[in-house]
Design a protein around this ligand. Structure first.
Ligand code: ASP
Length: 344
């Protein structure tokens, strides 16, 4: 008899499984049995489904790099046993987790689909059921030759399958909580699930999963605004224990022409800090050579993160710094596509 397709669900927490605390009215994490009892449809799948639950389950605002490592360890330990993985996760930091996993799971050749919901699975109008059921279907989808249709880390949310490290949470209320402005969809789930194979990573049978567990969090995200003050910026960029800066600039990667700002960036760069230019815009890319206000940053040693998201550039820098590569190599790689996070 042919072996059934097997899926491992990793339940980390999030609204999908939460219930209301009767005293405070706030939503709190709850166990997986509670979640399952609301989705009896799962029994109809002709799949082997196993579940590993975080103990305790968490609101994803409490997500930490150690917990990303725990997810990676679970996937590594179970990689040969399962055909695909579904991670149930709160929406607040789901794009950070998806981005981190895309770097920590190098040469992944199986689906890792993150999903969650805006309303708990017990709520009448919940989006959780549909998200969970479709995420499982996508994780289990195979080509005619038995290879997985989507061998990469993705987020599935309200009809849309997106490359995980291209997503951001774009709405705190809408069922369409995630967007992927700089990369097209991998699939759209209407009456059928339509996969856009040209947008999906190619399966390569020769690649073996390599996991990475060392992440360095000595990073700040620093956002420009008109009227930004020297007294605040200088200590920030000069802080001794900072190794990297995600610098959120205007438009195509521009900053005000303030001498003290450029000097502070140059000093930070000379001290070996890695400064990555990421636009504050929800879509589009950094082009520092386009305007004088961008060129001054390039000349100060700021590196272009091109069209990567804040979530992807932050977790990529955490990963590259954790690998303890030479600084020049980290600088080069931050501008180079390594896991589908930058458009070629
Ligand atoms: N605060 C919740 C979380 O991220 C929100 C959600 O799940 O949508 O865990």
């Amino acid at each position: 008899m042919e072996k059934k397709t097997s899926i491992l669900i990793i339940y980390t927490g999030g609204t999908i499984g939460m219930i209301q605390n009767t005293d405070t009215g706030a939503l709190e994490s709850f166990n997986f049995d509670h979640l399952l009892s609301h989705v009896p449809e799962l029994k109809q799948f002709n799949l082997d489904i196993d579940v590993i639950t975080f103990n305790p389950t968490i609101d994803s605002s409490d997500m930490e790099p150690e917990l990303w490592c725990r997810i990676v360890a679970i996937i590594e330990e179970n990689y040969d046993k399962f055909d695909g993985f579904v991670i149930l996760h709160g929406t607040d930091t789901m794009s950070f987790t998806a981005s981190a996993l895309s770097f920590m799971l190098e040469d992944l050749m199986k689906p890792v689909i993150l999903t969650g919901s805006q309303l708990p699975v017990g709520a009448l109008r919940t989006d959780g059921k549909e998200n969970l059921i479709t995420a499982i279907e996508i994780a289990a989808a195979k080509n005619a030759d038995g290879t997985p249709v989507v061998p990469e880390v993705c987020i599935f949310f309200q009809e849309k399958l997106m490359r995980g490290n291209r997503t951001s949470k774009v709405n705190s209320e809408s069922f369409g909580a995630f967007g992927s402005n700089n990369y097209p969809l991998l699939a759209l789930a209407g009456t059928d699930i339509h996969f856009y194979t040209n947008n999906i990573k190619r399966y390569n049978p020769n690649l073996k999963l390599k996991t990475h567990y060392n992440l360095c969090s000595d990073i700040i995200i620093f956002s420009l605004f008109p009227g930004i003050q020297r007294e605040v910026v200088e200590p920030l960029l000069g802080a001794e224990n900072i190794k990297g800066v995600i610098f959120r600039t205007f438009g195509a990667g521009n900053a005000p022409r303030k001498e003290w700002l450029i000097d502070a960036l140059k000093r930070a760069n000379d001290e070996g800090k890695i400064i990555i230019n990421i636009t504050q815009c929800a879509g589009g890319s950094v082009h520092m050579e386009r305007y004088e206000t961008g060129l001054q940053l390039l000349q100060a040693g700021v590196i272009s993160g091109k069209d990567s998201t804040v979530e992807a550039s932050l977790t990529k820098l955490m990963y590259l710094l954790g690998e303890e590569l030479p600084i020049e190599e980290v600088r080069r790689l931050m501008s180079t596509n390594i896991a589908g996070e930058i458009s070629e």
